[in-house]
Design a protein. Structure first.
Length: 152
């Protein structure tokens, strides 16, 4: 492991433990040259997941892109970054558990909407309006009515 401070290529591991959710290994390391300490996280490498877009093109699944979409939907709402990370973790885990190497962007959008529905109604409607490409106010109102009928 290369030291992020001096660039030296030899470090020792002082402590290793799983993270709270057991999905990563946290390692405290010390550079053998400069003596500075830093933390690394080790994750299991999985096969890349390809996202099949509406136009049939394919791109690699990008966790940051999904998170950015959720952040935009939750702007000015009382939702923590940690809660959004948990939502992305849940979506990513659902995709990995499906054991599919390719997943349709529409499936990711549906999973994101399901997560947002649990978090915040306003964020859900914002995301749905972009994801479902509402053409007019009537389509938008139909979605709101559907959401309200499921609440009662």
């Amino acid at each position: 492991m290369k030291c992020p401070f001096c660039g030296y290529f030899d470090t020792k591991v002082n402590d290793s433990r799983p993270t709270d959710d057991d999905s990563k290994i946290r390692r405290r390391r010390e550079c053998l040259k400069c003596g500075r300490r830093f933390t690394t996280y080790e994750v299991v490498e999985t096969a890349p997941i390809m996202v099949v877009k509406k136009d049939g093109s394919r791109e690699m699944f990008d966790r940051a892109k999904l998170l950015n979409g959720l952040v935009r939907a939750c702007e000015k709402r009382p939702i923590s970054a940690e809660r959004l990370d948990e939502a992305v973790d849940s979506i990513e885990q659902a995709i990995l558990n499906s054991m599919q190497r390719e997943v349709a962007s529409s499936e990711i959008g549906s999973l994101a909407m399901d997560e947002l529905k649990k978090i915040d109604d306003v964020a859900y409607v914002r995301f749905a309006s972009v994801y479902r490409e509402f053409k007019d106010i009537n389509t938008f109102m139909d979605e709101l009515k559907s959401m309200l009928s499921h609440k009662n």
